[in-house]
Design a protein around this ligand. Structure first.
Ligand code: TXA
Ligand code: MG
Length: 307
């Protein structure tokens, strides 16, 4: 049985938060809203609890999870080092949709980091998420609250559709405003984007100067959804460059609006809605290849990847 608790997204009831925090503290799984997508939380320092996340999601053990903290001061509970660039980026973008990959502390269970030497950390900008983490008083491991490879959830009913019966509770705090997952940035050697998101490359560069390009030398666990197929609806997605394309059957043609933040906010919710069996294909016109669109383009490509 999965309990569903409704909370005010801006001012959640402390009694409900306390109940949800108790579930986390005793090794349970709680889905909660963040400013990007819903996360599936467990105590990051409890190995068995984090294993529960992987089981509920059907997530491959090779894909590490992000640890969420209520305040930047909590980072030291999971990270062994706090480089100057990390401090600058956190000062500029936390709380917010930016995940920093840092050297991990030895007591962070290997399951969190897929056995790697680094841990991904972010401080979400959502009152429910922060109240929950504060009340639990532990760092909270939380991948997106969906079965592995499926669409990410931006509403509580998306979570329920995917994970009902597999997790202990869902905090329903309404729709997530951001709509796509955080930008993941490796700060262990230079500053390198591992997964584009709402914080764009120019926004990062304005704070830390030119970014480090190319794949990382470490070659371990640098896989932010880097499995090509990820974030996918069941209905096949076809991307076009404006050409009408040669597609037959019941086709939904979609051109995103001109505002990248609005497009991100609506992306998964629209795909969830279109993915109900009405269409044989969803044909989407790719937005321009500019830094502001990088996060949305990345998710569209993954949604369209076969197998
Ligand atoms: O916005 C978000 O980031 C959402 C909300 C819930 O916070 N979370 C999220 O988690 O998208 P998830 O697990 O679906 O994606 C986390 C990504 C994964 O693709 C993973 O490969 C990458 O972050 N990641 C996690 N730990 C890492 C590490 N130590 N090194 C490199 N990449 C890491
Ligand atoms: Mg995910």
């Amino acid at each position: 049985m999965t309990r569903i608790w409704s909370v005010d997204p801006l001012n959640p009831d402390p009694a409900v938060i306390a109940d949800a925090a108790a579930v986390l503290r005793t090794g349970g799984l709680v889905a909660f809203p963040t400013e990007t997508v819903y996360g599936l939380g467990a105590n990051a320092l409890d190995e068995a609890a984090v294993q529960g996340i992987f089981a509920a999601k059907g997530r491959p053990a090779t894909n590490p999870v992000i640890v969420h903290v209520a305040d930047p001061e909590q980072v030291s509970r999971v990270a062994a080092d706090w480089p100057e660039v990390a401090a600058k980026l956190a000062a500029a973008f936390w709380p917010g949709p930016l995940t920093l990959v840092l050297p991990k502390r030895p007591d962070v269970p290997a399951v969190v980091t897929a056995g790697g030497p680094t841990v991904a950390v972010r401080c979400p900008n959502h009152a429910v998420a922060r109240a929950l983490i504060r009340a639990a008083d532990v760092p909270v491991a939380a991948p997106s609250a969906n079965r592995s490879t499926e669409l990410s959830p931006t509403r509580a009913d998306h979570v329920a559709k995917s994970l009902n019966g597999r997790i202990d509770a869902i905090l329903d705090g309404g729709p997530c405003p951001g709509g796509i997952e955080s930008t993941v940035v490796d700060v262990t050697a230079g500053v390198r984007i591992l997964r584009p998101g709402l914080i764009s490359a120019p926004m990062l560069e304005a704070v830390v100067g030119p970014l480090t390009e190319g794949a990382s030398e470490a070659g371990i666990a640098k896989s932010p959804g880097q499995m090509a197929k990820h974030y996918s609806p069941r209905t096949p997605v076809v991307l076009t460059d404006g050409e009408p394309g040669d597609v037959s059957g019941r086709v939904y043609r979609w051109k995103l609006g001109s505002d990248p933040l609005q497009a991100a906010a609506d992306l998964y919710a629209t795909l969830h809605e279109l993915d109900d069996g009405r269409f044989d294909r969803i044909v989407i016109e790719l937005p321009p290849d500019t830094p502001e669109w990088a996060g949305v383009r990345d998710r569209l490509r993954r949604a369209a990847a076969a197998g």
